[in-house]
Design a protein around this ligand. Sequence first.
Ligand code: IVH
Length: 664
Amino acid sequence: MELEQAKKRINELTKELHHYNYAYYMEDKSLIPDHEFDLLLKELIDLEAQFPNLKRTDSPTQRVGGTINKAFETVQHSTRMLSLGNTYSEEDLLEFDNRVAKGLEGQPYEYFCELKFDGVAISLQYENDVLVRAVTRGDGTKGDDITDNARTIRSIPLKINSNLDKLEVRGEVFMPKTVFEELNLEREEAGEDLYANARNTASGSLKMMDSAQVAKRKLDCYLYMLLAEGHDSHEEAIHNLEQWGFNVSPTYQKCGNIQEVLDYIHSWSEKRHELPVETDGIVIKVNNLDQQELLGFTAKTPKWAISYKYKSENACTKLNAVTYQVGRTGAITPVAELEPVLLAGTTVKRASLHNANEIERLDLHEGDFVFVEKGGEIIPKVTSVDLSQRSGKSKAITYITHCPACNTELVRKEGEASHYCPNTEACPPQIKGRIEHFIHRNAMNIDSLGERTISLLYEKGWLNKPSDLYKLTKEQLLELEGFKELSATNLLTGIERSKQAPFEAVLFGLGIRYVGKTVAEKLIEHFRNIDALMAAGFDELVGVQEIGDRIAESVIAYFSEQTNREEIERLKSAGLQFVTTANEKQSNILADKTFVVSGVFTNYSRDELKNTIKANGGKVVSSISKKLDYLIAGDKMGPSKKEKAEKLEVRIISEEDFESLLLK
Ligand code: IVH
């Protein structure tokens, strides 16, 4: 494609994709099917790869990330990013109102109220309506330049329509509650430590070095402040932001006096739990900008704004017992079994006590009445004991010394808060937990096998480790309660099919501590087969992107266990995949040749065909130009493509012709 033509197409695609993105993320409207969107995006990615100089700063391809930052540059804020004074009571708020009234010397004034979003403050700079820089709050004076990461956040517009040369907006990046819950679910399944709350997770995500990883975190952003000329009140600023294409939470309200502010506070005290974002209070701002200026600032906070924090909700209930759970890694988690109590809209029956230190800190006694609290954390926690309700005779809770499942003496590794059951080989919940992990949909995906069947097979002595699955017979299954011909066949088919699961799934399924799905992918990208991975030393492991000391040590520890090595041998013999074939270089036979793939094929999917081209040294592009070597034409190829190729005298070949190219 000629430069001019490419430029035109890039501009068209950019505009079109922005339009779809805006409709999707800001208006909840899906204007085209996902796969069509992906095709357009792919076309743009390919064009940008072909013509890197034409890549626009506001390109929608930046949403998928891909840039790796070794370190973030520190940059100075144009004006300080301040924090807000906090109040916790209505009296404090009335005092704030008195100070405002006094400061304004009798002028009439209004407030503008917003929710206080619990995330990470960010500043976005636009020049000629294009996002040029995103900076974290940092210490308020200077922060980190995280532009590449911010560009992956779909609700941060890369292009706006303010018609101003320059402007800055500030707001809050957050992880939606549902995204946070899903992420934790995945981590739980991968045996990884759970993230404590959405706020810290959002903050950690924004500072990841690989922007493609940030893109996967599905962060969101609300804007609540505009630094630019041309408006007289905060209300106008907010309306401008909305009109220019920024994501503003629709929960704001203008209030004529402090009583209306209090009403606003009350109206959101429960309803806020239904919002997609965690909130911990309300921000009250004097609406008029001249009045804001008149009121001014203290050293750290504006005198024209304040936040009202909701009390974190708590309830008091009876501790019925402390029970102990054994995870698949042997980690013991103490759990408070509570008399059911209503808290922040849900009934709470159990709360995590984390570890022995926590029980000691609380000085927990049998039969105590305890306060439970639900803050930003999803799992409620026991914060304290109501000593006034403790009977003099009650005994302190003593932590168990032996595994509740297999009675092995527990160990506590140096520097770790948790106790572990070291009986890895024979402790039932550990054995069953490892198998449940192995068959999980993110791993071998044997969905015809459930927790109950695993238990039954375990009790029969037929299922102690993943490789035992591949030895199960129909006769054995038919002996199990509830199994019939059909269910037995289904299960065996599921097990057989799992032999085709890719190496990524197998490696994840092994359940190596800290090796979740993403880590498994990164390791495989580098090592490609299990033998290379097993032979890797610490230095080589930490040399892989995203692999830190903790993961490297865990991988080494896993493979140094004889039982694990033997199990891998058994799984290999069963026929599982321990090598990746993805993007493998097969030859260089197509070196320097460019291809366009179009239409539907008999022996390949389009992606397979493209991968084969790349694996043999060829290059896949999306548009037909004079310089193109081959157009591989399948069924249903668009007539315009054919016409164009003919006009430019590009060779049009069939699937079979392509295969014979590989044989040369
Ligand atoms: S206005 C000078 N509005 O709370 C006023 N802040 O404690 C600057 N925050 O750093 C902030 N929601 O990260 C404002 N609707 C909202 C907010 C909000 C959350 C955060 C923000 C700020 C912190 C101040």
